[in-house]
Design a protein around this ligand. Structure first.
Ligand SMILES: Cc1ncc(COP(=O)(O)O)c(C=O)c1O
Length: 429
């Protein structure tokens, strides 16, 4: 595969942008090699500037559940662009998307739109602190909630990929109220609550972890967290930036039937444009300014282009048959990859929930960040490049999830599994 144009573009970008990118994991540091510079996307395909075609399982890190450049979404964006791209004044589009979100996500009664997942989670904990009049939060090792200071403790995603310590520049005072526990360990959370009685404002979690690789909650774990929060007067915040409209139309809370107090959304809710949201019980949301006194604002919040992209996307995926199909596709991929790895004698495991999936090069169960870090990242890097050579674009890090879209046909899935079979055979040593 020729990468001359990507190599030249990367060299140019490195002189202009730190590491040549605007978000760290895009730089391929976790797997080595030259990041592919993208020319365009269409359906399940990405095309790089050297003219190479890839079946895309990153999908802009989750948002593109309908695939690239889905005609109805593109059309809606074009129509809106002609009418104006930003007003800084309310539009009916915001209420239209809010109605769709509230109808879809069971625990959400009111919603505030922002422009990124980082803003959503940062605002949600400010709100939880305002509501409970408490200062501490509990987060989980390997979970990623965007790059706001209080969350950059034992964070997943790019922080895990680069093996970074908690980031320089984050003041100790900004994280001194952040307590951490291992994922899937209820006893550890109970101990934190007991040691910090009446001080914990909220517990924030990715209900299915997608930023330390893909890790499912154990049976009863989320319900157990709900119970502990109730017992100790803390709010339960589900960060569904990744899982929202992904593991089910109603998110992980619908999938596992556990209701948080606050929910953070992003990615799919903006249909590939920058929109995100936090929402929850009316009584809590009423504390957000100007209804209440918890201040949070944004010049481009509720941006009309992002609103129409979100509206169109949610309308398309609201049908139950869409999720049935997406779930079938991820099952086929997980089984296909696992069988191919097994045939080649490679320790491997793959899991899925709805349209989100992931795998580890590990023999033992991965259930938290420590066990995720035991997975073989060297093997992952080899597999990643072997897949890329065959035109399959996976996340360039072991510590990320994979996604599918409605554009991933059975034929493309079969082609991907054949590629995986060849990739496993080539990396077996
Ligand atoms: C679970 C989760 N929360 C928050 C974020 C931050 O979202 P954004 O990158 O839009 O700021 C991400 C990003 O990947 C995420 O996966």
């Amino acid at each position: 595969m020729i990468n001359d144009a990507s190599s030249a573009a990367f060299e140019r970008a490195q002189a202009l942008l730190p590491g040549g990118v605007n978000s760290p994991v895009r730089a391929f540091r976790g797997v080595g090699g030259v990041p592919r510079f993208i020319d365009r996307g269409a359906g399940a395909y990405l095309y790089d500037i050297d003219g190479n075609q890839y079946i895309d399982y990153v999908l802009s890190w989750g948002p593109l559940i309908l695939g690239h450049a889905y005609p109805a979404v593109v059309e809606a964006i074009c129509v809106q662009a002609q009418r104006g791209t930003s007003f800084g004044a309310p539009t009916e589009l915001e209420s239209e998307l809010a109605e769709l979100v509230i109808a879809a996500v069971p625990s959400v009664e009111m919603v505030r739109f922002v422009s990124s997942g980082t803003e959503a989670t940062m605002s949600a904990i400010r709100l939880a602190r305002a509501y409970t009049q408490r200062e501490k939060i509990i987060k989980f090792e390997g979970c990623y909630h965007g790059h706001a200071d209080p969350f950059l403790v034992q964070a997943g995603s790019g922080v895990a990929t680069l093996g970074l310590p908690d980031s320089p520049g984050v003041l100790k005072s900004a994280t001194s109220n952040t307590l951490t526990a291992p994922f899937n360990d209820l006893d550890a959370v109970e101990a934190l609550f007991k040691a910090n009685a009446d001080q914990v404002a909220a517990l924030v979690i990715e209900p299915v972890a997608g930023n330390m690789g893909f890790v499912l909650p154990r049976e009863g774990y989320l319900a157990g967290l709900r119970q502990l929060c109730d017992q100790h007067g803390a709010l339960l915040i589900f960060d569904e930036v990744m899982t929202g409209f992904r593991v089910a139309y109603g998110g992980a809370q619908a999938y596992f039937n556990v209701m948080p107090d606050l929910t953070c959304l992003g990615k799919v809710v903006g249909g590939g444009l920058p929109a995100a949201a936090y929402g929850g019980r009316r009584e809590i949301m009423q504390q957000v300014a100007p209804a209440g006194s918890m201040y949070q604002a944004g010049t481009l919040s509720g941006n009309p282009l992002a609103m129409v992209a979100g509206i169109q996307t949610l309308r398309e995926i609201a049908k139950p048959e869409v999720f049935e199909r997406l779930t079938g596709v991820t099952s086929t991929l997980c089984q296909g990859f696992w069988k191919a790895a097994f045939k080649n004698g490679i320790p491997f495991q793959a899991h899925k929930a709805g349209s989100m999936w992931g795998f580890f090069f590990a023999a033992d169960e991965v259930y938290d960040f420590t066990s995720a870090k035991r997975a073989d990242t060297v093997m992952f890097g080899k597999f990643f490049h072997a897949m890329l050579e065959q035109g399959v674009y996976l996340a360039p890090s072991q510590f990320e999830a994979a996604f599918v879209s409605t554009a991933h046909t059975d034929e493309l899935v079969a082609q991907t599994i054949n590629a995986a079979q060849a990739a496993f055979a080539s990396i077996r040593s």
